[in-house]
Design a protein around this ligand. Structure first.
Ligand SMILES: Cc1ncc(COP(=O)(O)O)c(C=O)c1O
Length: 425
């Protein structure tokens, strides 16, 4: 039978899984070899003076970010995780402060808070957008709350207007984790530039990348300066700055080495120039997939907030097992047997990881002293999406085309048509 699902012995729709996309071209190769030939693989020196701010490739990359996103400051670092850490420390969030984060995100959104000796407090997400729910954020505010980190999950900005209102009312700092959302907009403004600062990632799996890297964007001079200090052994620099100007006052600040090497900055600079050309087809493919899903009742395509544009870093849908007549597990397994890219659940709600669940442990920074309760189904919307409803695909990305989307939809239809046989397996 030509339409027998692969899980039931048919021929898979794709002979083998699609290879990971490779957006590296001659430009990146030339940029990397130019830097290697120069012999300067890092322009940073941990002493006061211009070299404290990095070499020419780092500065050129930062200039691109400033110009593209129309912000005063861009501070490159060596990962999205360290971008979050630098941003949190620079925003003067530290020991004992509570930071409200969503539990449905890459774990670094919350571990970065812990690494700054602050305490992540989880607010549930909106079941339509999958982004942090302003209504639940309000419920999680205590006298210790210092900040909200909005994650622009899957490439769609969170409800940044409502979150800013809450932040203003309670004198909190709104920060953005924009690792997944470069190029998206909210109310006509770039995601990652709306909060007091925004963290970006240049990790291998992102639309544009240099293997590992990150950037913080902000219009706030003080926050930017503090980011630069955290990135490069801040105390040594401050010491020098104070020696130069005894009137300068600096509070203690834990410096680190979050410096981005020159080769990676040069590769990243070539990559970011391709952001628009890699994002546009992604959005077109996602819109095409949304159209194709109109005839498939058991899958709800991504919901778009009225003020947002979405870059579909991940195309996330809701699966209804009752309508489908099969469990999500069977559906995902059957799609994977067709070699089609589809996953179920995204990530485990973050608070379920051992660092949050086990008794206070010395390695868990602030938890060595005090640990809030992360028990039970803390965030029920997230729990349901994780356990039952959410399915994702990353098929909407260059070099894939509409033909790949057609194959995905063909696979979905093939599997749903064989629901009874598949459920009996
Ligand atoms: C939402 C989110 N935050 C933070 C990060 C961390 O970025 P990086 O891997 O560059 O450290 C990622 C990366 O996967 C992410 O998706």
């Amino acid at each position: 039978m030509p339409d027998t699902p692969a899980l039931l012995g048919g021929t898979p729709i794709l002979e083998k899984p699609l290879p990971p996309p490779n957006s590296m071209g001659q430009e990146e190769i030339d940029a990397a070899s130019r830097v290697i030939k120069s012999g300067v693989l890092s322009g940073f020196i941990g002493i006061p003076g211009p070299a404290h701010l990095g070499g020419r490739e780092v500065l050129a990359l930062e200039a691109w970010y400033k110009s593209k996103f129309g912000v005063k400051h861009a501070i490159s670092v060596n990962s999205g995780t360290t971008a979050l850490q630098a941003m949190i420390t620079a925003a003067e969030i530290g020991a004992g402060d509570e930071v409200i984060v969503p539990p449905y995100t890459m774990c670094a959104t919350a571990t970065a808070v812990l690494c700054c000796n602050a305490i992540p407090v989880f607010a549930d997400i909106d079941s339509r957008t999958f982004n942090i729910d302003p209504v639940d954020v309000r419920k999680k505010i205590t006298r210790r709350t210092k900040a909200i980190i909005a994650v622009n999950l899957f490439g769609q900005p969170a409800a940044l207007d409502e979150l800013q209102v809450i932040a203003d009312e309670h004198k909190l700092t709104l920060l953005e984790d924009n690792a997944q959302g470069p190029g998206a907009t909210f109310d006509g403004r770039w995601a990652g530039t709306i909060g007091k600062a925004g963290a970006f990632s240049l990790n291998q799996n992102k639309t544009v990348h240099c293997g590992e890297g990150g950037v913080v964007l902000t219009n706030d001079d003080r926050l930017a300066h503090r980011c630069q200090l955290v990135r490069n052994h801040g105390e040594v620099i401050m010491d020098g700055l104070m020696a130069a100007d005894p009137n300068e006052q600096y509070e203690p600040l834990l410096g680190n080495n979050f410096r981005l090497p020159e080769v990676l900055a040069a590769i990243a600079h070539e990559q970011v120039k391709k952001l628009d050309e890699l994002t546009k087809p992604r959005v077109e493919m996602a819109n095409y997939l949304t159209q194709q899903l109109e005839s498939i009742d058991c899958l709800t395509p991504p919901y778009l907030h009225a003020k947002a544009t979405h870059v579909y870093f991940v195309y996330a849908m809701k699966f209804d097992a009752t309508i489908a007549g099969m469990s999500r597990e069977t559906f995902v397994k059957a799609m994977q047997a067709e070699n089609l890219p589809l996953g179920g659940g995204y990530v485990k709600p973050i608070y379920r990881y051992p660092i949050y669940q086990q008794p206070a442990h010395r390695c868990a920074g602030p938890f060595a002293y005090e640990k809030p309760s992360y028990e039970g189904r803390l965030c029920p919307v997230t729990e349901n999406l994780y356990a039952e409803q959410l399915v994702t695909t990353n098929i909407c990305r260059v070099p894939h085309t509409r033909e790949h989307i057609d194959l995905l939809v063909k696979g979905i239809k093939r599997i749903l048509a064989a629901k009874d046989e598949l459920e009996r397996l």
